[in-house]
Structures are given as structure tokens and as C-alpha cells.
Design a binder for this molecule. Structure first.
Ligand code: 6PG
Length: 484
């Protein structure tokens, strides 16, 4: 550790402000990779705790004030902000911007809302500063040992910052899980959708677990074994791996599976909800993510759920006859639904990119999600291949590999959804993903009737399948058709 910020040799290549667990771990990751890291936190106690416990990780510079912090950095200065997204971020940015000089780089590594990032980037660029909104995924462990990093912002700032971020990111097959995503809010936008997919993935895993439990009456430990086994198949992923761990955990106090003593009300900090709001604005049916967000909301409607407990289930069907076959059906349904969730998420990224002119490369994004992040999964290799093959792919479901995978599994998927329905087991994400798939492939949709109804009550007009133009039927007149 070097405490003398005034000596030229003591200049840091990067500064980290906000030293809660994520910030501390990222700072340590930089230090372990040979960078000198200036440390700053609103209360010095956190800075000192980091230095005391992990000062040996590399070269750190302890600073108390923002002025000291900024003075400790080599130019162009690079400061990574790791504070809770929201008003605190604006306050820190303002304070830093006042102390920094044109050409310096401010990086926001929190889960900021991308529209805030667009606003902040514009404000900083007007002051000659480079502002980089960087999505960082991987939780505490990833921050320390290699996260997936999604930096947006000016391309010039990536020239100076990119190599540093790439060196602390997770590496897969020799490639860093970090790439420049695009201008202004693009990094935080793709991180938001990443989190949305994370929600969908977790909801699908939860439904698979619930089916094994309720339809097959399996003990939790056996379900854990199933997930462990699935993790050596095409379902291999971080979330499936840790599902086996969480399900294997026994509560020390009661001797029960831990999952049985955890209250079944799921929380959310907002990124899943933001994804759905943005999907609505962009007109993209991100139904898997939406169902996952609503399922968390329903789980947390504690009073309502309590009051509704006695509601009738109607006559329920019987449990599947063959356990192994049904487990295999669930596995297939999980995979197919997961493909839908990713397909929808990547559609939203394409739409966001077009709306804001970001030119996001979806193949490159799949590449940096293969490691470090929460949704890292074997099949991201397949997504990467699909977009490399056809960067303009209209839907992931049309890529030959995914098309075949879903085709092979479609009967299982239908059996799972219908069995769950007959047994009264909620499977909102499995069911809506299957409906999305059926809707996407349908030759005709009832939207034609919707158009007819809209025209009836509001003269909203419609198009015809057999000729060009816009038409209206005189519903309250002689019901003849007129051209608009
Ligand atoms: C990550 C995670 C991380 C986090 C979110 C979601 O990529 O490292 O997505 O950002 O777990 O905060 O949390 P909620 O489930 O509370 O919305």
C-alpha cells in the first residue's frame, strides 16, 4: 500500500469510489491485476477496512477527500463509481465532475436506469468529460474474480479504459467478457435486459422445481440431484448449478431443507420491472420476463394470498404415470422456454439499439455473457454462433440449432404445460413461452378480429389481405366498406 498520493510514482491508473462489497471487490480485482488503485468512500472506515483486510492484494492509495482522490489519479483520470443507483449517483458524479478536467473519464458501474445514463452522458460530455455507463454482472464473487462488463459511452474512452476492464473481466476460451457495447446508455440498457433474462431464467427454474415437488412429490434432495445432473447437459449454467446448491442446503436450526424455511415472497430491486416497462414502450413482447416480474409480485401479495387460500381448484387431474419421462419433459420444457426468454431479450436489445441508434452487436454481447455474469450458460455459445452466422437473424427461434432443439422438445413442452394446468400448478413462464411460440409460428392470429372490433367502435380502420389501402366499414350505416 502507498499512502503518499503526492509522489509522482504514486499515481493510480484507476480510482474506485463507493467501497461496499461490490466496489471493494472490483478495486481488489484491479489491484490483483497489477493496477494501482486509488480508494475513496464517503466514510473512511470502509476504506480502512479494505486496506486492513486486503491491503496485500496490490497497490492501493488511501484518500479521504474527493480532491485528494482526484489528485491521486494519472491522466486521463479514470474513476469508477460503485454506489447504489439513483440520487446518490448524481451527487457523486457532480462532486467528481467539479474536481476533474476535460478528457477525464467517469464510469458508473451501478445498475443505473439507461435513460439516466443517457442524461448523465450528455451533461458530462457538455463539460468535456467522458461518461461511461458500464453494466457489471457477476455479484460479489464475479466482481472479485472476473465479472462480465458491458461498458457504453464514447468509443474514445474505451481506447483508454477497455484494456483495463478487459483484464479484470472473466475470460472464456481466451476472450474477455467485456466489449464496448455502444454510445451513451447502451451498456446499462443491455445490463437491464440481462437482469430481465435473469428473472425469467430463475422463474423457469422455480417452475421446474415446483412441478417436481408437487406433480411428482419428490423430496427436495432428489430435486437437487436432478438439477445437478442437468448441469452436465445443454442446460449447463450458473443458475442451474447454484439451484442444486441452494436445494441441497439444510437448515441447521430445524433440519429441514433451507428452501422450506425461506418465506415464499420474492423481492426485486427494479431492473426486471424496468426491462418490462421498456419492452412495453418498444412494443416488444418480452412475455417470459414479464411473467417472471409478475410472479414475484404475486408471491409478495401476502395478504391477498392468505385471503385466497380457500379458493376452489376444481377437479384436478392425476399425477404423471411415469416419473422419469415427466422429469425429462420438464427438462425439455425448461430448455425450450429458456430459448424463448433469450430470444425475446435479444429482440428487445435489437429494438432498443434501433430506437437509440446504438448499433449493438448481439453476437458480441452473447460472447461476453458466456462468463462472469449471472446468466452465463453453455448455450450462449450457440447464441453467439447464431448471430455470427446471421447478424440480422429475425428471431433466435429461427436459428437452425434452436429451431431443431424446440422442434424436438415441443411435445414434452405441451405435456408439461397441460399437466401443470390439470394439476392446478402455476407455470406462468412455461405456459406464456409456449403461447408466444405458438403465436409466432401461427399463420393467422385473432388480431384480425381485434382490428374489426376497433373499426366497429372507433372507426380505427383496417387493412385487407387481398388489396392495398386502408378500409373502414360503415358499421352504423349500411355496413358497406369505404376506402380511407
Ligand atoms: C448481476 C445481478 C445483480 C443483481 C440485481 C438483481 O448481474 O450481478 O443481476 O445486478 O442480483 O441487483 O436483483 P433483484 O433480483 O433484487 O432485482
Amino acid at each position: 500500500m502507498n499512502n503518499d498520493a503526492s509522489a509522482p510514482s504514486a499515481k493510480a491508473q484507476i480510482g474506485v469510489t463507493g467501497l461496499a462489497v461490490m466496489g471493494s471487490n472490483i478495486a481488489r480485482n484491479f489491484a490483483r491485476n497489477g493496477y494501482t488503485v486509488a480508494l475513496h468512500n464517503r466514510s473512511i472506515a470502509k476504506t480502512d477496512a479494505l486496506l486492513e483486510n486486503h491491503g496485500g492484494d496490490g497497490n492501493f492509495i488511501r484518500t479521504e477527500t474527493v480532491a485528494e482522490f482526484v489528485a491521486a489519479l494519472e491522466r486521463p483520470r479514470r474513476v469508477l463509481i460503485m454506489v447504489k443507483a439513483g440520487d446518490a449517483t448524481d451527487a457523486v458524479i457532480e462532486e467528481l465532475a467539479d474536481a476533474m478536467e476535460p478528457g477525464d473519464i467517469i464510469i458508473d458501474g451501478g445498475n443505473a436506469l439507461y435513460t439516466d445514463t443517457i442524461r448523465r452522458e450528455a451533461a458530462m460530455s457538455a463539460r468535456g468529460l467522458n461518461f461511461v455507463g458500464a453494466g457489471i454482472s457477476g455479484g460479489e464473487e464475479g466482481a472479485l474474480n472476473g465479472p462480465s462488463i458491458m461498458p457504453g459511452g464514447p468509443v474514445e474512452s474505451y481506447e483508454s479504459l477497455g484494456p483495463m476492464l478487459e483484464s479484470i473481466a472473466a475470460q472464456v476460451d481466451g476472450e474477455p467478457c467485456c466489449t464496448h457495447i455502444g454510445p451513451d446508455g447502451s451498456g446499462h440498457f443491455v445490463k437491464m435486459v440481462h437482469n430481465g433474462i435473469e428473472y425469467a431464467d430463475m422463474q423457469l427454474i422455480g417452475e421446474a422445481y415446483d412441478l417436481m415437488r408437487k406433480a411428482l412429490d419428490m423430496p427436495v434432495a432428489e430435486i437437487a440431484d436432478v438439477f445437478r445432473a442437468w448441469n452436465s447437459t445443454e442446460l449447463e449454467s450458473y443458475l442451474v448449478e447454484i439451484t442444486a446448491d441452494v436445494l441441497s442446503q439444510v437448515d441447521a436450526e430445524t433440519g429441514k431443507p433451507l428452501v422450506d424455511v425461506i418465506v415464499d415472497a420474492a423481492g426485486q430491486k427494479g431492473t426486471g420491472r424496468w426491462t418490462v416497462k421498456s419492452a412495453l414502450d418498444l412494443g416488444i413482447p418480452t412475455t417470459g420476463i414479464a411473467e417472471a416480474v409478475f410472479a414475484r409480485a404475486l408471491s409478495s401479495s401476502t395478504d391477498q394470498r392468505l385471503a385466497a387460500r380457500g379458493l376452489s381448484s376444481g377437479t384436478l387431474g392425476s399425477a404423471p404415470a411415469d416419473r422419469e419421462t415427466f422429469i425429462n419433459d420438464i427438462k425439455t420444457a425448461l430448455y425450450a422456454s429458456k430459448v424463448v426468454a433469450y430470444a425475446q431479450g435479444f429482440d428487445q436489445i435489437a429494438a432498443g439499439s434501433a430506437e437509440y441508434g446504438w448499433d449493438v452487436d448481439r453476437g458480441a454481447l452473447a460472447t461476453i455473457w458466456r462468463g462472469g455474469c449471472i446468466i452465463r450458460a453453455q448455450f450462449l455459445n450457440r447464441i453467439r454462433e447464431a448471430y455470427h452466422e446471421d447478424p440480422a437473424l429475425p428471431s433466435l427461434l429461427l436459428a437452425p440449432y434452436f429451431r431443431d432443439a424446440v422442434e424436438v422438445g415441443i411435445d414434452s413442452w405441451r405435456r408439461v404445460v397441460s399437466t401443470a394446468t390439470l394439476l392446478g400448478i402455476p407455470v406462468p413462464a412455461f405456459a406464456s413461452s409456449l403461447s408466444y411460440y405458438d403465436g409466432l409460428r401461427a399463420e393467422r392470429l385473432p388480431a384480425a378480429l381485434t382490428q374489426g372490433l376497433r373499426d366497429f367502435f372507433g372507426a380505427h380502420t383496417y387493412q385487407r389481405v387481398d388489396k392495398e389501402g386502408t378500409f373502414h366499414t360503415l358499421w352504423s350505416g349500411d355496413r358497406s366498406e369505404v376506402t380511407e
